[in-house]
Write a protein that binds this ligand. Structure first.
Ligand SMILES: *Cc1c(COP(=O)(O)O)cnc(C)c1O
Length: 429
């Protein structure tokens, strides 16, 4: 039976690796930097991309490829690769099609690390950006594009703002301007949303979060939908549509087609030159988490929903952000893109501001204070006293991060225990 026709649940458990007769049932950890060949000619073919195979783990390793293939199948893409972190995944996804002189249109509601990557580091490399509100109208989106725009970027559910992106609207805008839409799908995971089904061309992940799910490994992934017609926009994407002299003059979009060009180029050039590979050990551990992703996500959602509902009725809480609440501004979009729920991350503002947040967090017994989300264990963070502690209360307010804001990532514990823990910590304020 082909893995194409089975459900997402079965893919989580078994896709990506099909052992042959007498081969290991679990994916083998290929703990080897190099691979042996009988003749230089055999190896030469790999260096020319004339044959597929492994020669050095900085570029590719079988263990990583099993896991990347599984994530690609889950997202409904044609090719995938793992990276050493989510940051590396987003950098590679963008830099694979952008160069000095290019321009990116990005949602302003994205992960802080990615915002910094785009607005500071890519800027130093000569790549410009226009940030747009995730709530932009079609006209506002159109106005952000320039002649040198090469990519559009957004997050399905933004970390930490928890806004929900209208993926179809963003995809249509990107395609009207002849560029691909790159979606960071870290928070919902393919279990709760598959952006390719809504028009996204490239999907990225910080696998550090729910895909690993146990706070054990830092990693990233990139998946290509295999749908974007690079050759139809060859003037915009010379890296994919003109010969690469470092590989005997092959043209990626011709030789590997829509299905394979993006990931092949990303591996052959960016992995070769930047080396942000995931270790095969980590890929193996990542896959242990991935095998239960479809079992875990509904539980994270159930706990997130229960905690959000409890908080929304509590007198010491002034505001709750969770797209599963009918009162949330993103509820309607969530009904469309996240019919089974989004994730377990909830944010809320305490009436008592910074001091109340400190007292609340100090009194939690089950939830731990951590700079992390999407773990089996519930954790929380007050940006004003941690990630954003250099900002004054006025600056925090201007940045849309009130001093009393708390982000809580609901884990896999019993929801009544989580609510009881939150209730007693609220009572201590
Ligand atoms: C954490 C995160 C990243 C960065 O991933 P790392 O694995 O920490 O490098 C990127 N995007 C989103 C949405 C994230 O939550």
């Amino acid at each position: 039976m082909s893995m194409n026709n089975v459900s997402l649940e079965t893919k989580c458990v078994q896709a990506g690796y099909r052992p042959g007769n007498g081969e290991p049932r679990q994916i083998p950890i290929v703990q080897s930097t190099t691979f042996k060949y009988d003749t230089s000619e055999d190896m030469g073919k790999l260096f020319d991309l004339e044959a597929s195979g492994y020669f050095y783990t900085r570029l590719q390793n079988p263990t990583n490829d099993y896991v990347a293939a599984k994530i690609a199948e889950l997202e409904g893409g044609t090719a995938g690769m793992l990276t050493s972190s989510g940051q590396a995944a987003n950098f590679f996804a963008l830099f694979n099609i952008c160069e000095c002189g290019s321009h990116i249109v990005a949602s302003s509601s994205i992960y802080g690390g990615t915002f910094n990557l785009i607005s500071v580091t890519l800027k130093k490399m000569g790549i410009d950006v226009t940030f747009v509100s995730p709530d932009s109208t079609e006209e506002e989106l159109d106005a952000a594009f320039q002649e040198n725009t090469r990519a559009m970027f957004g997050e399905t559910i933004a970390n930490p703002a928890l806004t929900v992106l209208d993926i179809e609207k963003f995809a249509n805008a990107a395609h009207r301007h002849g560029v691909p839409l790159i979606i960071d799908n870290t928070f919902p995971t393919p279990v709760n949303c598959r952006p390719i089904e809504w028009g996204a061309d490239i999907v990225t992940h910080s696998t550090t979060k729910y895909i690993d799910g146990h706070g054990a490994t830092v990693g990233g992934a990139i998946v290509d939908a295999g749908k974007f017609d690079w050759m139809a926009h060859a003037d915009k994407f010379p890296g994919l549509c003109t010969p690469d002299e470092s590989y005997h003059g092959i043209t990626y979009a011709e030789k590997f087609g829509k299905e394979g060009a993006f990931i092949t180029k990303c591996t052959a050039q960016l992995m070769r030159d930047f080396g942000a590979i995931q270790s095969p050990q980590h890929a193996f551990i990542l896959n242990l988490g991935l095998e239960s992703l479809h079992v875990r996500m509904p539980k994270h959602v159930e706990n997130g929903q229960a905690v959000a509902e409890f908080l929304s009725e509590h007198p010491k809480v002034v505001k709750v952000n969770y797209s599963g609440l009918p009162s949330d501004p993103y509820y309607k979009l969530a009904q469309k893109y996240l019919p089974n729920g989004g994730c377990g991350v909830v944010s809320f503002e305490l009436a008592g501001g910074r001091a109340a947040a400190e007292t609340f967090m100090k009194n939690l017994k089950i939830a731990a204070i951590e700079t992390h989300v999407a773990d089996a264990r519930t954790c929380c963070l007050n940006p004003a006293t941690s990630t954003h502690r250099q900002l004054s209360d006025e600056q925090l307010k201007a940045a849309g991060i009130p001093a009393g804001l708390i982000r809580i990532s609901c884990g896999l514990e019993d929801k009544e225990d989580l609510i009881a823990d939150i209730a007693q910590a609220l009572d201590a304020i």
